[in-house]
Design a protein around this ligand. Structure first.
Ligand code: AMP
Length: 452
Protein backbone atom coordinates (compact mmCIF):
# COMPACT_ATOMS: atom_id res chain seq x y z
CA UNK A 1 0.00 0.00 0.00
CA UNK A 2 1.26 3.42 -0.83
CA UNK A 3 1.15 6.49 1.25
CA UNK A 4 -1.38 8.96 0.00
CA UNK A 5 0.42 12.19 -0.21
CA UNK A 6 -1.32 15.50 0.19
CA UNK A 7 1.58 17.79 0.82
CA UNK A 8 3.37 21.08 0.53
CA UNK A 9 6.59 21.37 -1.46
CA UNK A 10 9.13 24.18 -1.82
CA UNK A 11 12.41 24.64 -3.67
CA UNK A 12 14.89 27.44 -4.13
CA UNK A 13 17.76 27.69 -6.56
CA UNK A 14 20.65 30.10 -6.28
CA UNK A 15 20.19 31.75 -2.90
CA UNK A 16 22.68 31.78 -0.07
CA UNK A 17 21.29 30.08 3.02
CA UNK A 18 18.76 28.39 0.73
CA UNK A 19 17.57 26.06 3.50
CA UNK A 20 16.45 29.02 5.59
CA UNK A 21 14.10 30.16 2.83
CA UNK A 22 12.79 26.65 2.30
CA UNK A 23 12.18 26.38 6.03
CA UNK A 24 10.11 29.57 5.93
CA UNK A 25 8.29 28.34 2.84
CA UNK A 26 7.39 25.12 4.67
CA UNK A 27 6.02 27.23 7.51
CA UNK A 28 3.72 29.01 5.07
CA UNK A 29 2.61 25.63 3.72
CA UNK A 30 2.10 24.02 7.10
CA UNK A 31 -1.66 23.68 6.43
CA UNK A 32 -0.83 21.24 3.61
CA UNK A 33 0.85 18.75 5.92
CA UNK A 34 1.47 18.43 9.61
CA UNK A 35 2.75 14.91 9.99
CA UNK A 36 6.35 15.27 8.92
CA UNK A 37 8.74 17.73 7.32
CA UNK A 38 12.12 17.58 5.66
CA UNK A 39 14.69 19.67 3.80
CA UNK A 40 17.57 18.54 1.58
CA UNK A 41 20.13 21.13 0.48
CA UNK A 42 23.29 21.08 -1.57
CA UNK A 43 26.43 23.15 -1.92
CA UNK A 44 27.01 21.68 -5.36
CA UNK A 45 29.12 18.83 -4.07
CA UNK A 46 27.46 17.28 -1.08
CA UNK A 47 23.80 16.87 -0.11
CA UNK A 48 22.65 17.69 3.43
CA UNK A 49 19.37 16.48 4.86
CA UNK A 50 17.25 16.90 7.92
CA UNK A 51 13.83 15.32 8.43
CA UNK A 52 11.49 14.45 11.22
CA UNK A 53 7.92 13.84 12.33
CA UNK A 54 5.73 16.70 13.41
CA UNK A 55 5.26 20.36 12.58
CA UNK A 56 7.97 22.39 10.86
CA UNK A 57 8.75 24.08 14.16
CA UNK A 58 9.19 20.74 15.91
CA UNK A 59 11.41 19.27 13.23
CA UNK A 60 13.87 22.14 12.68
CA UNK A 61 15.92 24.32 14.98
CA UNK A 62 18.75 26.76 14.48
CA UNK A 63 21.39 24.01 14.46
CA UNK A 64 19.62 21.74 12.02
CA UNK A 65 18.95 24.63 9.65
CA UNK A 66 22.55 25.82 9.74
CA UNK A 67 23.75 22.27 8.99
CA UNK A 68 21.79 22.41 5.71
CA UNK A 69 24.45 24.15 3.64
CA UNK A 70 24.44 25.52 0.14
CA UNK A 71 22.55 27.70 -2.32
CA UNK A 72 20.06 25.11 -3.45
CA UNK A 73 17.44 23.42 -1.28
CA UNK A 74 14.08 21.68 -1.47
CA UNK A 75 11.58 20.85 1.25
CA UNK A 76 8.43 18.92 1.92
CA UNK A 77 5.56 18.87 4.45
CA UNK A 78 3.78 15.57 4.61
CA UNK A 79 0.17 14.87 5.37
CA UNK A 80 -0.65 11.23 5.27
CA UNK A 81 -3.38 9.11 6.75
CA UNK A 82 -1.64 5.83 6.25
CA UNK A 83 0.18 6.40 9.50
CA UNK A 84 3.56 4.97 8.63
CA UNK A 85 5.80 7.53 10.23
CA UNK A 86 9.07 5.73 9.56
CA UNK A 87 11.81 8.20 8.71
CA UNK A 88 12.40 6.48 5.36
CA UNK A 89 9.02 7.74 4.17
CA UNK A 90 9.64 11.37 5.03
CA UNK A 91 10.46 13.48 2.01
CA UNK A 92 12.41 14.83 0.25
CA UNK A 93 13.68 11.36 -0.65
CA UNK A 94 17.38 11.39 -1.30
CA UNK A 95 19.54 8.87 -3.20
CA UNK A 96 22.87 8.30 -4.94
CA UNK A 97 22.86 6.96 -8.47
CA UNK A 98 25.33 6.69 -11.35
CA UNK A 99 24.88 10.36 -12.31
CA UNK A 100 25.41 11.70 -8.79
CA UNK A 101 22.88 12.59 -6.14
CA UNK A 102 19.19 13.32 -6.36
CA UNK A 103 16.51 14.52 -3.97
CA UNK A 104 12.82 14.59 -4.73
CA UNK A 105 9.75 16.18 -3.16
CA UNK A 106 6.34 15.04 -4.37
CA UNK A 107 2.80 16.28 -3.90
CA UNK A 108 0.15 13.97 -5.25
CA UNK A 109 -0.54 10.29 -5.63
CA UNK A 110 0.84 8.10 -8.40
CA UNK A 111 -1.93 5.65 -9.10
CA UNK A 112 0.13 3.12 -11.07
CA UNK A 113 2.98 3.11 -8.53
CA UNK A 114 2.22 -0.40 -7.25
CA UNK A 115 2.36 -1.88 -10.70
CA UNK A 116 5.62 -0.07 -11.52
CA UNK A 117 7.10 -1.04 -8.18
CA UNK A 118 6.24 -4.72 -8.63
CA UNK A 119 8.01 -4.75 -11.98
CA UNK A 120 11.05 -3.03 -10.51
CA UNK A 121 11.20 -5.40 -7.54
CA UNK A 122 10.87 -8.43 -9.85
CA UNK A 123 13.81 -6.92 -11.67
CA UNK A 124 15.92 -6.79 -8.53
CA UNK A 125 15.27 -3.25 -7.25
CA UNK A 126 15.38 -2.71 -3.50
CA UNK A 127 12.99 -0.17 -2.01
CA UNK A 128 13.78 1.81 1.07
CA UNK A 129 10.35 3.31 1.72
CA UNK A 130 6.74 2.49 0.94
CA UNK A 131 6.14 5.88 -0.62
CA UNK A 132 5.06 5.93 -4.27
CA UNK A 133 7.65 8.66 -4.85
CA UNK A 134 10.56 6.24 -4.64
CA UNK A 135 9.56 4.60 -7.92
CA UNK A 136 10.48 7.85 -9.69
CA UNK A 137 14.05 7.65 -8.44
CA UNK A 138 14.31 4.04 -9.60
CA UNK A 139 12.88 4.84 -13.01
CA UNK A 140 15.37 7.68 -13.46
CA UNK A 141 18.30 5.54 -12.29
CA UNK A 142 17.35 2.64 -14.56
CA UNK A 143 16.67 4.58 -17.73
CA UNK A 144 19.19 3.78 -20.45
CA UNK A 145 19.27 7.36 -21.78
CA UNK A 146 22.52 9.29 -21.61
CA UNK A 147 21.39 12.70 -20.34
CA UNK A 148 19.64 13.35 -17.06
CA UNK A 149 16.84 15.24 -18.76
CA UNK A 150 16.09 12.29 -21.05
CA UNK A 151 16.17 9.90 -18.14
CA UNK A 152 13.81 12.14 -16.20
CA UNK A 153 11.35 12.36 -19.06
CA UNK A 154 11.55 8.58 -19.56
CA UNK A 155 10.58 8.22 -15.92
CA UNK A 156 7.77 10.75 -15.61
CA UNK A 157 6.11 9.64 -18.85
CA UNK A 158 5.41 6.26 -17.24
CA UNK A 159 3.58 7.80 -14.28
CA UNK A 160 -0.18 8.07 -14.05
CA UNK A 161 -2.06 10.22 -11.61
CA UNK A 162 -1.13 13.26 -9.62
CA UNK A 163 2.41 14.49 -9.35
CA UNK A 164 3.72 17.93 -8.72
CA UNK A 165 7.43 17.36 -8.24
CA UNK A 166 10.47 19.33 -7.21
CA UNK A 167 13.68 17.45 -7.98
CA UNK A 168 17.14 18.62 -6.97
CA UNK A 169 20.53 17.68 -8.38
CA UNK A 170 23.90 19.17 -7.43
CA UNK A 171 23.44 22.22 -9.62
CA UNK A 172 19.84 22.40 -10.66
CA UNK A 173 16.21 22.12 -9.69
CA UNK A 174 13.44 20.61 -11.82
CA UNK A 175 9.80 21.51 -11.23
CA UNK A 176 7.22 19.29 -12.89
CA UNK A 177 3.44 19.10 -13.01
CA UNK A 178 1.64 16.02 -14.31
CA UNK A 179 -0.16 16.48 -17.63
CA UNK A 180 -3.57 16.63 -15.91
CA UNK A 181 -2.30 19.29 -13.53
CA UNK A 182 -4.10 17.84 -10.52
CA UNK A 183 -1.96 19.53 -7.87
CA UNK A 184 -0.67 23.08 -7.87
CA UNK A 185 2.91 24.24 -8.32
CA UNK A 186 3.98 27.85 -8.82
CA UNK A 187 7.17 29.58 -9.76
CA UNK A 188 8.54 32.78 -8.27
CA UNK A 189 11.62 34.95 -8.16
CA UNK A 190 13.64 36.31 -5.29
CA UNK A 191 16.49 38.55 -6.49
CA UNK A 192 18.53 36.18 -8.69
CA UNK A 193 16.99 33.09 -7.18
CA UNK A 194 14.24 30.95 -8.67
CA UNK A 195 11.66 29.66 -6.21
CA UNK A 196 9.05 26.93 -6.56
CA UNK A 197 6.21 26.27 -4.13
CA UNK A 198 2.86 24.52 -3.91
CA UNK A 199 1.18 27.82 -3.11
CA UNK A 200 1.95 31.47 -3.56
CA UNK A 201 1.55 32.21 0.17
CA UNK A 202 5.05 30.72 0.51
CA UNK A 203 6.40 33.43 -1.82
CA UNK A 204 4.75 36.18 0.20
CA UNK A 205 6.47 35.08 3.38
CA UNK A 206 9.97 35.05 1.91
CA UNK A 207 9.43 38.20 -0.14
CA UNK A 208 9.55 36.43 -3.51
CA UNK A 209 7.63 37.64 -6.50
CA UNK A 210 5.11 35.26 -8.05
CA UNK A 211 5.89 34.69 -11.72
CA UNK A 212 3.38 32.06 -12.85
CA UNK A 213 1.96 28.59 -12.30
CA UNK A 214 3.87 25.71 -13.82
CA UNK A 215 1.56 24.49 -16.60
CA UNK A 216 0.13 20.98 -16.63
CA UNK A 217 2.67 18.70 -18.30
CA UNK A 218 5.44 21.26 -18.08
CA UNK A 219 9.00 20.77 -16.85
CA UNK A 220 10.90 23.85 -15.69
CA UNK A 221 14.62 23.65 -15.01
CA UNK A 222 16.50 26.24 -12.97
CA UNK A 223 20.23 25.75 -13.40
CA UNK A 224 23.53 27.21 -14.49
CA UNK A 225 22.09 28.18 -17.84
CA UNK A 226 19.16 30.08 -16.35
CA UNK A 227 15.55 28.94 -16.37
CA UNK A 228 14.37 26.64 -19.17
CA UNK A 229 10.88 25.38 -19.95
CA UNK A 230 9.79 22.20 -21.68
CA UNK A 231 6.15 21.64 -22.48
CA UNK A 232 6.18 18.87 -25.06
CA UNK A 233 7.28 15.98 -22.90
CA UNK A 234 3.91 14.37 -22.23
CA UNK A 235 1.13 13.44 -24.62
CA UNK A 236 -1.47 16.19 -24.64
CA UNK A 237 -4.43 15.60 -22.37
CA UNK A 238 -7.24 17.58 -20.77
CA UNK A 239 -6.46 19.65 -17.71
CA UNK A 240 -7.97 18.24 -14.53
CA UNK A 241 -7.00 20.61 -11.76
CA UNK A 242 -8.25 19.56 -8.32
CA UNK A 243 -11.27 21.71 -7.51
CA UNK A 244 -10.91 20.81 -3.83
CA UNK A 245 -7.82 23.02 -3.72
CA UNK A 246 -10.25 25.91 -4.14
CA UNK A 247 -12.75 24.50 -1.66
CA UNK A 248 -10.55 23.47 1.23
CA UNK A 249 -6.85 22.70 0.76
CA UNK A 250 -5.21 25.94 -0.25
CA UNK A 251 -4.70 28.91 1.99
CA UNK A 252 -7.14 31.77 1.34
CA UNK A 253 -4.32 34.24 0.69
CA UNK A 254 -2.87 32.10 -2.10
CA UNK A 255 -3.43 32.77 -5.80
CA UNK A 256 -4.09 29.58 -7.63
CA UNK A 257 -4.64 29.05 -11.35
CA UNK A 258 -5.31 32.71 -11.87
CA UNK A 259 -7.71 33.14 -8.98
CA UNK A 260 -7.46 34.23 -5.37
CA UNK A 261 -8.66 31.46 -3.06
CA UNK A 262 -10.37 33.84 -0.62
CA UNK A 263 -12.40 35.51 -3.37
CA UNK A 264 -13.36 32.15 -4.87
CA UNK A 265 -14.60 30.86 -1.51
CA UNK A 266 -16.53 34.04 -0.83
CA UNK A 267 -18.17 33.69 -4.23
CA UNK A 268 -19.07 30.05 -3.43
CA UNK A 269 -20.85 31.36 -0.33
CA UNK A 270 -22.74 33.91 -2.41
CA UNK A 271 -23.92 31.31 -4.89
CA UNK A 272 -24.84 29.02 -2.00
CA UNK A 273 -27.01 31.81 -0.57
CA UNK A 274 -28.66 32.30 -3.97
CA UNK A 275 -29.42 28.61 -4.13
CA UNK A 276 -30.49 27.96 -0.56
CA UNK A 277 -31.59 31.11 1.23
CA UNK A 278 -33.23 30.60 4.60
CA UNK A 279 -34.75 33.09 7.05
CA UNK A 280 -32.30 33.45 9.94
CA UNK A 281 -30.84 35.94 12.44
CA UNK A 282 -27.11 35.30 11.97
CA UNK A 283 -24.65 33.59 9.61
CA UNK A 284 -21.67 32.01 11.33
CA UNK A 285 -18.71 30.12 9.85
CA UNK A 286 -17.11 26.92 10.98
CA UNK A 287 -13.72 28.48 11.58
CA UNK A 288 -11.40 28.73 9.81
CA UNK A 289 -12.27 26.91 6.62
CA UNK A 290 -15.86 28.20 6.45
CA UNK A 291 -15.09 31.89 7.01
CA UNK A 292 -14.88 33.25 3.43
CA UNK A 293 -17.97 31.30 2.28
CA UNK A 294 -19.92 32.46 5.35
CA UNK A 295 -19.00 36.06 4.53
CA UNK A 296 -20.24 35.54 0.98
CA UNK A 297 -23.44 33.92 2.25
CA UNK A 298 -24.03 36.82 4.62
CA UNK A 299 -23.39 39.42 1.94
CA UNK A 300 -25.76 37.82 -0.55
CA UNK A 301 -28.51 36.94 1.93
CA UNK A 302 -28.33 40.15 3.93
CA UNK A 303 -28.21 38.11 7.16
CA UNK A 304 -25.58 39.54 9.56
CA UNK A 305 -22.28 37.70 9.91
CA UNK A 306 -21.06 36.77 13.36
CA UNK A 307 -18.63 34.44 15.10
CA UNK A 308 -20.62 31.84 17.01
CA UNK A 309 -17.79 29.33 17.25
CA UNK A 310 -14.39 30.17 18.62
CA UNK A 311 -11.45 28.15 17.49
CA UNK A 312 -8.55 27.11 19.61
CA UNK A 313 -5.61 27.64 17.28
CA UNK A 314 -3.20 25.60 19.30
CA UNK A 315 -4.61 22.21 18.37
CA UNK A 316 -3.80 20.78 14.97
CA UNK A 317 -6.40 19.92 12.38
CA UNK A 318 -8.57 17.19 13.84
CA UNK A 319 -8.69 15.36 10.54
CA UNK A 320 -5.15 14.14 10.93
CA UNK A 321 -5.92 12.15 14.03
CA UNK A 322 -6.16 8.52 13.15
CA UNK A 323 -9.05 7.00 15.08
CA UNK A 324 -12.71 7.95 15.10
CA UNK A 325 -12.73 8.14 18.91
CA UNK A 326 -10.07 10.83 18.98
CA UNK A 327 -11.68 12.64 16.05
CA UNK A 328 -14.97 12.94 17.95
CA UNK A 329 -13.16 14.43 20.87
CA UNK A 330 -11.11 16.58 18.50
CA UNK A 331 -14.02 18.73 17.35
CA UNK A 332 -14.67 19.82 20.94
CA UNK A 333 -10.98 20.41 21.46
CA UNK A 334 -10.89 22.76 18.52
CA UNK A 335 -14.18 24.69 18.68
CA UNK A 336 -16.21 26.23 21.48
CA UNK A 337 -19.57 27.99 21.02
CA UNK A 338 -20.18 31.62 22.04
CA UNK A 339 -23.39 31.50 24.05
CA UNK A 340 -24.03 35.25 23.89
CA UNK A 341 -23.93 35.23 20.11
CA UNK A 342 -26.09 32.15 19.69
CA UNK A 343 -28.75 32.27 22.38
CA UNK A 344 -32.30 32.20 20.94
CA UNK A 345 -31.00 32.86 17.42
CA UNK A 346 -31.88 31.22 14.14
CA UNK A 347 -28.39 30.35 12.96
CA UNK A 348 -27.01 29.59 9.50
CA UNK A 349 -23.69 27.77 9.94
CA UNK A 350 -21.47 27.57 6.87
CA UNK A 351 -18.75 24.95 6.38
CA UNK A 352 -16.73 24.15 3.28
CA UNK A 353 -17.49 20.42 3.11
CA UNK A 354 -18.93 17.36 4.78
CA UNK A 355 -16.77 14.26 4.55
CA UNK A 356 -17.83 11.70 7.13
CA UNK A 357 -20.38 13.98 8.77
CA UNK A 358 -18.71 13.83 12.17
CA UNK A 359 -17.82 17.52 12.36
CA UNK A 360 -21.26 18.74 11.26
CA UNK A 361 -23.07 16.55 13.77
CA UNK A 362 -20.88 17.79 16.60
CA UNK A 363 -21.25 21.39 15.54
CA UNK A 364 -25.03 21.31 15.32
CA UNK A 365 -25.19 19.72 18.78
CA UNK A 366 -22.80 22.34 20.15
CA UNK A 367 -24.78 25.25 18.68
CA UNK A 368 -28.07 23.92 20.00
CA UNK A 369 -26.70 23.27 23.45
CA UNK A 370 -25.40 26.86 23.46
CA UNK A 371 -28.97 28.09 22.96
CA UNK A 372 -29.43 28.39 19.17
CA UNK A 373 -33.14 28.20 18.34
CA UNK A 374 -32.63 26.82 14.83
CA UNK A 375 -29.51 25.57 13.08
CA UNK A 376 -29.35 25.63 9.29
CA UNK A 377 -26.33 23.90 7.85
CA UNK A 378 -25.01 25.28 4.57
CA UNK A 379 -22.09 23.61 2.79
CA UNK A 380 -20.12 25.56 0.18
CA UNK A 381 -19.31 22.46 -1.92
CA UNK A 382 -21.43 19.63 -3.35
CA UNK A 383 -21.77 16.31 -1.48
CA UNK A 384 -18.50 14.33 -1.46
CA UNK A 385 -19.61 10.97 -2.87
CA UNK A 386 -16.40 9.38 -4.17
CA UNK A 387 -12.91 8.95 -2.76
CA UNK A 388 -9.97 10.73 -4.34
CA UNK A 389 -7.10 8.80 -5.89
CA UNK A 390 -5.14 11.89 -6.81
CA UNK A 391 -3.62 12.93 -3.55
CA UNK A 392 -6.54 14.33 -1.57
CA UNK A 393 -6.86 12.68 1.77
CA UNK A 394 -10.36 11.17 1.74
CA UNK A 395 -11.61 8.11 3.54
CA UNK A 396 -13.02 5.07 1.72
CA UNK A 397 -16.28 5.38 -0.18
CA UNK A 398 -18.14 3.62 2.63
CA UNK A 399 -17.03 6.26 5.12
CA UNK A 400 -18.13 9.17 2.94
CA UNK A 401 -21.56 9.89 4.34
CA UNK A 402 -22.93 11.31 1.09
CA UNK A 403 -21.94 8.20 -0.87
CA UNK A 404 -24.78 6.27 0.72
CA UNK A 405 -27.10 8.86 2.27
CA UNK A 406 -29.43 11.46 0.80
CA UNK A 407 -29.19 15.09 1.88
CA UNK A 408 -32.31 14.60 4.00
CA UNK A 409 -30.78 11.55 5.69
CA UNK A 410 -27.61 13.52 6.41
CA UNK A 411 -29.69 16.39 7.77
CA UNK A 412 -31.40 13.97 10.14
CA UNK A 413 -28.06 12.49 11.16
CA UNK A 414 -26.63 15.91 11.95
CA UNK A 415 -29.92 16.98 13.64
CA UNK A 416 -29.81 20.30 11.72
CA UNK A 417 -33.12 22.04 11.00
CA UNK A 418 -32.13 22.24 7.35
CA UNK A 419 -29.15 21.22 5.24
CA UNK A 420 -28.22 22.42 1.77
CA UNK A 421 -25.10 21.94 -0.30
CA UNK A 422 -23.75 24.08 -3.12
CA UNK A 423 -24.85 22.39 -6.36
CA UNK A 424 -22.30 21.15 -8.90
CA UNK A 425 -23.74 23.71 -11.34
CA UNK A 426 -23.25 26.39 -8.69
CA UNK A 427 -19.66 25.31 -8.16
CA UNK A 428 -19.02 25.37 -11.91
CA UNK A 429 -20.56 28.83 -12.09
CA UNK A 430 -17.83 29.97 -9.71
CA UNK A 431 -14.74 28.09 -10.96
CA UNK A 432 -15.65 27.40 -14.59
CA UNK A 433 -17.17 24.46 -16.43
CA UNK A 434 -14.03 22.72 -17.59
CA UNK A 435 -10.40 22.19 -16.67
CA UNK A 436 -11.12 20.69 -13.26
CA UNK A 437 -11.37 17.28 -11.67
CA UNK A 438 -14.78 16.97 -9.99
CA UNK A 439 -14.38 13.23 -9.28
CA UNK A 440 -15.09 13.53 -5.55
CA UNK A 441 -18.46 15.07 -6.40
CA UNK A 442 -19.48 13.19 -9.53
CA UNK A 443 -17.41 9.98 -9.51
CA UNK A 444 -15.96 10.66 -12.99
CA UNK A 445 -12.32 9.74 -12.63
CA UNK A 446 -10.17 11.35 -15.32
CA UNK A 447 -7.41 8.76 -14.93
CA UNK A 448 -8.48 5.23 -14.13
CA UNK A 449 -7.27 3.88 -10.83
CA UNK A 450 -4.84 1.02 -11.18
CA UNK A 451 -6.00 -1.55 -8.67
CA UNK A 452 -2.99 -3.83 -8.88
P1 AMP B 1 -16.07 15.29 8.55
O1 AMP B 1 -16.20 15.47 10.02
O2 AMP B 1 -15.40 13.98 8.23
O3 AMP B 1 -17.36 15.45 7.81
O4 AMP B 1 -15.06 16.38 8.03
C1 AMP B 1 -15.50 17.62 7.59
C2 AMP B 1 -14.52 18.68 7.94
O5 AMP B 1 -13.22 18.31 7.52
C3 AMP B 1 -14.88 19.99 7.26
O6 AMP B 1 -15.00 20.95 8.27
C4 AMP B 1 -13.74 20.30 6.33
O7 AMP B 1 -13.28 21.62 6.53
C5 AMP B 1 -12.64 19.32 6.71
N1 AMP B 1 -12.08 18.61 5.54
C6 AMP B 1 -12.64 18.35 4.37
N2 AMP B 1 -11.81 17.64 3.57
C7 AMP B 1 -10.68 17.44 4.27
C8 AMP B 1 -9.45 16.79 3.99
N3 AMP B 1 -9.22 16.16 2.84
N4 AMP B 1 -8.51 16.82 4.96
C9 AMP B 1 -8.75 17.40 6.11
N5 AMP B 1 -9.89 18.03 6.44
C10 AMP B 1 -10.85 18.04 5.54
Amino acid sequence: MNLKEYCGIVGIYNKSEAANYVYLGLHALQHRGQEAAGIVSTDGIQFYEHKGCGLVNDVFNKNSISSLRGNVAIGHNRYSTFGDDSIANIQPLFAHFDMGQIAIAHNGNIINANRIKKKLVDDGAIFNSNSDTEVIIHLIARSQKTTFFDRLTDAVKVLKGAFSLIIMRENEIYAIRDPWGFRPLSMGKLDDATVFASETCAFDLIGAEFIRDISPGEIVVAGNEGVKHYSNVFDATNEKKCVFEYIYFSRPDSYLWGKNIYSIRKRMGEVLAEESFVEADIVIPTPDSGVPAALGFSKKSGIPFDFGLIRNHYVGRTFIEPTQTIRHFGVRLKLNPSKDVLKDKRVVVVDDSIVRGTTSKRIVKMLKSAGAKEVHLRISSPPVISPCFYGMDTPTKRELIASSHSTEEIRKYTTADSLEYLSIEGLKKVVGETGYCFACFDGNYPVEFDRE
